[in-house]
Design a protein. Structure first.
Length: 229
């Protein structure tokens, strides 16, 4: 465990530094930021990010970042020893027989981002923190939000529409999903994920939300380190 390299990929709107805190605060992590690649396809962005993976290691990816992690593991299986997905799955949008973000919600989100980006940021961080009411975590998340990259972040919204279920089905990398039972952003169905890929481990934290790696740091840390080791 002590020699395992950990690469982190953040959710939409955040720098990778946010994943170097909370559950991973005592480990050296190599952040893979993607906001500068906003005009590229998900495959092209994954290719760019993969170049920073000089040695095989574990990728810990949160929310939208999980899509890039899945694509990297699909394209370069030798680079990804294990894959840890926090509040993430191979298709974020709900589909027939598949839980996720409702298309109505994501369309409203995209529209709000173009109308009033900074108001959207405030509401978004509040939803990310649900059901946690500790203002410390809300303020902490604001610190890592990329306000000065609003144009790039708007361009990246198209990635929410990606469907990587075929890539996910083909993965032979060990995968850990940590799901927040009170996630206000993404609803996930463990059985559906298990049916797509049997080589996965799923842990549900009933009272955690979308950013449980911050609000339930010690619990997430123990789960992550046990899986890696």
């Amino acid at each position: 465990m002590k020699n395992e390299l950990i690469y982190t990929i953040p959710g939409w709107g955040f720098s990778a530094d946010i994943l170097s805190h909370g559950a991973l605060a005592d480990k050296l992590c190599f952040g893979l930021d993607y906001f500068n690649y906003s005009n590229m396809s998900i495959e092209d962005i994954a290719l760019k990010l993969s170049k920073a993976i000089k040695e095989p290691g574990t990728i810990v990816a949160w929310s939208l970042g999980g899509l890039f992690a899945i694509k990297i593991a699909s394209l370069f299986p030798d680079k990804v020893r294990k894959l840890i997905l926090l509040a993430s799955q191979p298709k974020l949008l709900a589909d027939t027989g598949y839980s996720g973000i409702e298309s109505k919600a994501i369309n409203a989100f995209i529209e709000s981002a173009h109308q009033d980006f900074y108001e959207l940021k405030k509401r978004f961080i509040t939803e990310l923190n649900f059901p946690n009411k500790n203002i410390h975590y809300k303020n902490s998340m604001g610190t890592y939000f990329l306000d000065d990259s609003s144009r790039q972040l708007k361009d990246l919204l198209k990635i929410f529409l990606a469907d990587l279920r075929d890539d996910y089905r083909q993965l032979r990398t060990e995968i850990l999903h940590i799901i927040g039972g009170k996630d206000a952003i993404l609803k996930q169905d463990e059985q559906c994920l298990q049916e797509m890929n049997s080589n996965i481990t799923i842990v549900r934290i009933e009272d955690a939300g979308h950013c449980g790696f911050l609000t339930h740091a010690l619990l997430y840390r123990s789960i992550i380190y046990k899986f890696i080791s």
